[in-house]
Ligand binder design. Structure first.
Ligand SMILES: O=C(CO)[C@H](O)[C@H](O)COP(=O)(O)O
Ligand SMILES: [Fe+2]
Length: 219
């Protein structure tokens, strides 16, 4: 069955601890953590201190999405802060293989991401080395955007490729996920659907329950 990964980008940071407890009590297993550097993307979010702090009191799987230039420089620090999985953007790495090799030194899941304008070709040479491909459903940098429907074709292609090649990488779709489009997203082959706005706007418990119901119905 597919998994929901709430993104804390849309959380209320004055109540972050409580909101994370609510997610855990609602059955959330994967927490999506968006790190932005103001260089690879226009916005700046947060970094290791926040991850280190929430790690102390949170049992969820930390799915860290690095939207930073040359992430190879910081892999060790994010692992030490508590990342269980690290996703880097192919567009942000001058040497993708070196970045994968660096990530593989640690006991974490290794993932590559592609922006809406980047084709599946960019990750093809690495598919047998990685645990997940993150397909951006929106331009990276901000929450609350609308899903670009064409990005789902990449999900479909990655699903086809893993069957054809006998590989087991997961496919994550990030951005613009809501109750209305979630079934379609899953039907295209998504294993992990990231949702920020759709989880944190309004009642978190009800939102998670509703999204999980859609997932259960689609799987
Ligand atoms: O990586 C991201 C933005 O770059 C976020 O994970 C994504 O946008 C989630 O937020 P929303 O569900 O509001 O689109
Ligand atoms: Fe993200």
């Amino acid at each position: 069955m597919s998994e929901l990964a709430p993104s804390i980008l849309s959380a209320d940071f004055t109540h972050l601890g409580e909101q994370l407890h609510t997610l855990e009590k609602s059955g959330t297993k994967v927490l999506h953590i968006d790190v932005m550097d103001g260089a690879f993307v226009p916005s700046i979010s947060f970094g290791m201190p926040v991850i280190r702090s929430i790690r102390k009191d949170c049992g969820m799987f930390f799915d860290v999405h690095l939207m930073i230039q040359e992430p190879v420089r910081y892999i060790r620090e994010f692992v030490e802060a508590g990342a269980d999985s690290i996703t880097v953007h192919v567009e942000a790495c001058s040497d993708i293989q070196k970045t994968i090799d660096e990530m593989k030194q640690y006991r974490i899941k290794v993932a590559l991401s592609v922006n809406p304008a980047t084709g599946v070709d960019a990750v093809l040479p690495y598919l047998d080395q990685i645990d997940m491909v993150l397909v951006m459903g929106v331009e990276p940098g901000f929450g609350g955007q609308k899903l670009i429907p064409q990005t789902l074709e990449k999900v479909k292609e990655l699903d086809r490729l893993r069957k054809e090649k006998g590989l087991s990488y997961q496919i994550e779709l990030d951005g613009g996920v809501n109750r209305e489009n979630l079934t379609k997203i899953i039907e295209h082959g998504t294993d992990i659907a990231v949702a920020g706005t759709a989880v944190f706007r309004g009642n978190i418990r009800e939102n998670v329950r509703d999204l999980q119901e859609v997932i259960a119905g689609a799987s």
